[in-house]
Design a binder for this molecule. Structure first.
Ligand code: AMP
Ligand code: MG
Length: 411
């Protein structure tokens, strides 16, 4: 099935994500290694955190009723460093206590050492009145026993690893990594290292897409098989696709998705499965292909990105990123848009929705990269992100625009 109509991103994305059924395979990994992975199960706590009431300060544990007025003098009858525990504290007594140590029975507040005067080794003067509960961290104030602390579909970040460890989990159940085969098409492409810059033949260019696409897939938790450059020939393209489909969940290509004589992706995928060629109403990045390559007993997803580097970069972030996250069962696949002020003019409205490469400036606004051509990769390096500019919209200095940060998008 082929379709050739200018499709809006808002229409394309749900169609695409509708195909991205989460892979069912699950994996158990060390909590140390779970950064960036997607949780395959809810995480429920079997204990309270903190496990007991404990001190938030170095100081003295007291009974607040002994310190209703400033200047109370108490006997120091025990010493409780972190990692140990005390005994019952009676009226008129205090315990030397340190941050994280459990509050002894009978005590109900802590006085920080700066608010005390040690009279001698056995007596302390409390310089201020003490309210009940002062400087006490309550048992369960972080996590209560039985609480769901992390939900299935969460993409783990360092904070989540710490929280999982705090409830005693050395391992986590995560979704399997999508297996992605990557290849570049284009007879003009040369690999850095194969040919020195001074020796580049006329018409040749270095393959840049391969480097950032591979890196982006890895950041998103994929296991990447890099199949290199496939020549602009129908048979070679078919052979590469057939081979890749056997052991992968997704084949990702760049280049060759237009409908020129040298664009072999469309007939090649169609001969092995089906392809939808989309003309997306976005700039950069109009041509985009989604399809399926059949294999024994199943199929492999296919996504074809345009060859122009910035088009490839932006369509990856807009379409491939949410797709591979959805394959991992991630619940959040969309990107936050922040309202910011344009410090530039964009007087020519485009029929397509544009993703303009911009940089945040020290005044809290956005500057525009002067060359927005889809071949100029410098714009993506200079830029901190893009302005998501609706179709038909001009921008004047001072206007509020929607900014998407590369740092977040690429994370
Ligand atoms: P295509 O989509 O194959 O028509 O390619 C569009 C433009 O992108 C052409 O100028 C190609 O030379 C360029 N291009 C295609 N693939 C790559 C690549 N992997 N790295 C850098 N530029 C590329
Ligand atoms: Mg090409």
């Amino acid at each position: 099935m082929t379709r050739l109509a200018l499709l809006s991103l808002d229409d394309a994305l749900p169609q695409l994500l509708g195909q991205a059924h989460a892979l069912t395979a699950m994996q158990t990994v060390s909590t140390f290694d779970a950064d960036g992975r997607v949780l395959a199960q809810n995480v429920v706590s079997a204990l309270q955190v903190p496990p007991q009431d404990n001190s938030a300060m170095d100081g003295y544990a007291v009974r607040a009723s002994d310190c209703v007025t400033a200047g109370a003098v108490l006997r120091v009858t025990q010493r409780i460093p972190a990692g140990s525990h005390g005994t019952l504290l009676s009226a008129g007594e205090s315990a030397r206590i340190f941050t994280g140590a459990p509050i002894p029975q009978g005590a109900d507040a802590v006085v920080m050492q700066e608010d005390c005067e040690a009279l001698d080794a056995e007596q302390v003067k409390v310089l201020k009145a003490v309210p009940v509960g002062q400087w006490v961290r309550r048992s369960g104030e972080d996590v209560t026993r039985g609480a769901t602390v992390l939900t299935q579909g969460t993409r783990l970040t360092p904070a989540e690893l710490g929280l999982a460890a705090s409830i005693g989990l050395a391992q986590l159940h995560v979704s399997a990594r999508p297996r992605v085969a990557l290849f570049s098409t284009g007879d003009e492409l040369v690999m850095p290292g194969d040919v020195a810059p001074a020796a580049m033949p006329a018409g040749a260019i270095y393959n840049s897409n391969r480097f950032f696409l591979r890196a982006m897939l890895k950041r998103l938790g994929c296991e990447v098989t890099d199949l290199g450059i496939v020549p602009d020939q129908r048979e070679a393209t078919i052979a590469a696709l057939r081979h890749a489909a056997q052991h992968h969940d997704l084949i990702l290509t760049s280049g060759g998705v237009s409908v020129g004589e040298e664009d072999h992706i469309k007939p090649a995928v169609e001969s092995l499965g089906e392809l939808n060629l989309w003309q997306l109403a976005i700039k950069p990045g109009k041509p985009f292909a989604y399809g399926q390559v059949n294999r024994d007993g199943g199929m492999c997803h296919f996504m074809g990105l345009p060859g122009n580097p910035v088009s490839s970069f932006v369509t990856f972030l807009l379409l491939v990123r949410p797709f591979v996250l959805a394959l991992q069962g991630a619940t959040k696949t969309d990107m936050a848009r922040t309202e910011m002020t344009a410090h530039f003019d964009w007087p020519r409205a485009d029929k397509r929705r544009e993703f303009l490469r911009v940089q945040r400036n020290a005044q809290g606004g956005l500057d525009l990269f002067p060359n927005q051509s889809s071949g100029v990769l410098t714009s993506a390096v200079w830029g901190d992100g893009v302005v998501d500019n609706p179709a038909g919209q001009t921008i004047a200095k001072g206007d509020t625009v929607h900014f998407i940060s590369f740092a977040e998008w690429l994370s």
